[in-house]
Ligand binder design. Sequence first.
Ligand code: HEM
Length: 387
Amino acid sequence: MWQEHSAWGVLFSNGESWRELRRFALSNLRDFGMGKKAVEEKIVEECQHLIKVFEKHEGKAFCTTQSVCYAVSNIICSIVYGSRFEYADPEFKAMVNRASDNIRLAGCPSIQVLFGFSLVRVSIIFKTFSRTEQMTKLIKHLQETLNAQQCRGFVDSFLARKQSLEESGNMNTHYSNEHLVSSVGNLFAAGTDTTGTTLRWGLLLMAKYPHIQDQVQEELSRVIGSRQVQVEDRKNLPYTDAVIHETQRFTSILPVSLPHVTSQDVTFQGYFISKGTIVFPLLASVLWDENEWEGPRSFNPAHFLDENGKFVKRDAFMPFSAGRRVCLGESLARMELFLFFTSLLQHFRFTPPPGVKEDELDLTPAVGATLNPSPHQLCAQIRRFKT
Ligand code: HEM
């Protein structure tokens, strides 16, 4: 029913390129560890860097935005470029900060009105990303040092495929430099702000609802103790898993998904929609549906637990959208959220700044391309592990 018009489709105006490059991106992200042990190790390593940054605040109030953004950006850097960056690296800082500014700017109502909302918005975000000088410089360096037999990341794979197609005389290729820069830009645009924002909501919600934080930390102490959490621990941490799912449901960071175009006439729930109509799926209408959830507008991990405290999947949980256009990074994002959230909760107790009560923490979202928490500070007190 949907045509190839969304994140990749808007940029690669013909559907052929979208189909080919989505297939290529999916298979390569898998090769570079998405959903596998290799990426788990990268995330665990990044958790340690993030924990060190939080520790440096010595329990004093700070804003989590920048460090969380650096951590999730580094996961995409590892997969795309094959290496992470130090948080103090000025070029990395400039690249990440510019990207965040673009995402925030793209969500401004005035900009949206000016540019006719989402279809153009998406293309602006991705094009702005793809123009960053640092990205072009990094890609150029990888190109100069390419060994097609030993690909370091997504960019190397793309360049190796381009090279082999050209060598076999196939010049009619989707693997152009322009598409490479766009693909890399898309992965950063789609994979950093989304994950970072969700993680920051999770920490804010823990500070706001200390009795829920107590239960997460009790479960982590009982099941994991002081060792590093692994992805395979998820099945033994039903309460924590429910809290992460509920964070995504309750905050619905992408209430309006990317635009699609109907590829044929269709009648949906009694409404006729003609071929070629732009359609915006409203994910929040499902995530906050009164017929699906017991208390859709309250934060309640029990939405994902049965009467025995076991985790239950819910069909109406679709923050990554659904169907053949489902988020390409879903398994990576789920792994990141689980490992970052559990590692941080193992090490720190999150509280409001001194003088601020829990119920004074504001959950009103700020304007942005995603629904962000409003500017706030939290204290991260180091915990003593109970083993
Ligand atoms: C909590 C984190 C995330 C959320 C909530 C999320 C959500 C979404 C949603 C709702 C879409 C639109 C699907 C549609 O067109 O209907 C999407 C698309 C996409 N996402 Fe994610 N995403 C997340 C993380 C990631 C990550 C980490 C990556 C990086 C690999 C990623 C890569 C993409 C790409 C490339 C698309 C466009 C796919 C296409 O058009 O074929 N996302 N995401």
